[in-house]
Ligand binder design. Structure first.
Ligand SMILES: Cc1cc2nc3c(=O)[nH]c(=O)nc-3n(C[C@H](O)[C@H](O)[C@H](O)COP(=O)(O)O)c2cc1C
Length: 274
């Protein structure tokens, strides 16, 4: 099959697919003709599926995206601006968790939702590492501390700037400041050499964090853990992250022990209208 085909009976020749294709691989030549792929379309198509999704007549069938596999958008499911603002404001970083683990299927569902985050050129670069067993999350904290101790010895100036000794001391006192005694951790990583791995990973993890909140779960970004994964090879290996991938973000996740009762305040935004 060519890159796509258009049903001539259903197509209304309205050119919506031509206007909306971000890769400019759809053209329509002649008044009665249906849209066809441009020269080089196979190489340039990014597989985003806008063509299939935007056609109001169900006339467009992409080689990898059949309209029957793309569920219709239901207006009733849309979230209004007030509800969305409330939802986004009510999300907080959760650092104290119940011991009861989160069902594996729920974590799978969160990753499934995060797949729908936008990615540069629709490359869908994010890959995931899930630390499911609570004991293993604790091991990660210990490995981050090992890395910090090695920096204290090898790069004392950097260690002083990052206040690593203080963090090691807090950890040694039994306060898990790295992974917050979370039952689970999810790490997003991506090949270093592709287009926009950092942006892709951060946005995908943000989707995942919000999805977790909608499930009543609690999550917190683990900045030290993410930083250390990219610096300390044993950590990267323990997480089965390929050598040529960068860790983009780490999220601690579990059932929140405490409820939050008020929305937060934030600084006024700094905006330049130009
Ligand atoms: C990139 C990033 C890294 C973070 N790293 C940590 C961390 O290592 N430990 C932690 O307790 N919180 C961490 N946080 C959470 C922030 O401290 C938190 O988002 C901020 O204080 C605002 O609070 P809120 O998320 O509850 O609204 C991180 C947040 C981001 C975005």
């Amino acid at each position: 099959m060519s890159l796509f085909k258009v049903n001539p009976e259903k197509c209304k020749r309205d050119d919506i697919c031509v206007f909306e294709c971000p890769a400019l691989v759809i053209e329509r030549i002649g008044t009665d003709a249906v849209p066809t792929p441009t020269a080089g379309a196979d190489e340039s198509c990014i597989g985003c599926g806008h063509c299939v999704a935007v056609c109001p007549h169900g006339a467009f069938e992409h080689r990898e995206l059949h309209p029957d596999h793309c569920p219709p958008i239901e207006k009733e499911q849309h979230v209004g601006p007030e509800q969305l603002e409330y939802f986004l404001r009510a999300r907080r970083s959760i650092r104290t968790y119940k011991e009861k683990p989160v069902e594996r299927e729920k974590l799978v569902k969160l990753i499934d939702i995060a797949r729908f985050a936008p990615t540069g050129s629709n490359k869908q670069t994010p890959e995931w590492s899930v630390v499911y067993s609570p004991g293993k999350v604790q091991t990660l904290s210990d490995m981050v501390i090992e890395w910090m101790q090695s920096v204290i010895v090898k790069k004392p100036d950097m260690a002083a700037e990052l206040e690593l000794q203080e963090l090691v001391d807090i950890h040694k006192s039994g306060n898990d400041i790295i992974c917050r005694k979370a039952p689970h951790a999810i790490i997003v990583h991506a090949p270093k050499q592709t287009g926009t791995p950092t942006e892709d990973g951060i946005i995908a993890m943000t989707y995942l964090e919000l999805a977790a909140f909608s499930f009543g779960l609690g999550a917190c970004w683990a900045g030290y853990l993410n930083f250390a994964i990219n610096k300390w090879p044993p950590l990267k290996q323990a997480l089965a992250i390929p050598e040529d991938h960068a860790s983009i973000g780490a999220l601690l996740i579990g059932r929140p022990k405490f409820k939050y009762h008020r929305l937060p305040l934030r600084n006024d935004p700094k905006i330049a209208w130009v």
